[in-house]
Design a protein around this ligand. Sequence first.
Ligand SMILES: [Zn+2]
Ligand SMILES: [Zn+2]
Length: 169
Amino acid sequence: MKLAQRATVEREAALEHCELCGTPIPADHRHVLELATRDVKCACRPCGLLFERADRMKLIPTDVRRVADVDLGLPVEIVFCVRADGTPKAFYPSPVGPTESLLTVELPVELADDVEALLVNRGRAWIVGIDVCFALVGIVRTHWRGLTGGADVRRELDHFFDGLDRKAR
Ligand SMILES: [Zn+2]
Ligand SMILES: [Zn+2]
């Protein structure tokens, strides 16, 4: 009885909703980027398809591609780059959220505007959807302790990048 109750609570807690129409959606779902606010929103399948070619929202690709190692010449281990309005921008995940680099970067790969990112971890590089980078920022914000981050955030990041390699083609 108790076990069954707990399972139900957990299932309800895990239930997510489409942020466009409110429909409950599975944990594995698509995301769209609202261009005006740069907000990532959870989307059900019909809403995702609807916004595949919209002006206000863009569907974020789910592909993960491993690309050749890159050196962006930036003094951090983890960085992600996006192209917004044709200009490449680099961001670091930090305990206070994504921080934009003031240094200019040259993108060594082609990226779709806004929704794709080049994610680099100590030289290893992937092309991912921008929502993956937001998830990475979330991990850093949640697990960072003290000045240097600590073992917990290290372990979570290793797990995250192993997962990327498994998804990459
Ligand atoms: Zn929807
Ligand atoms: Zn979501």
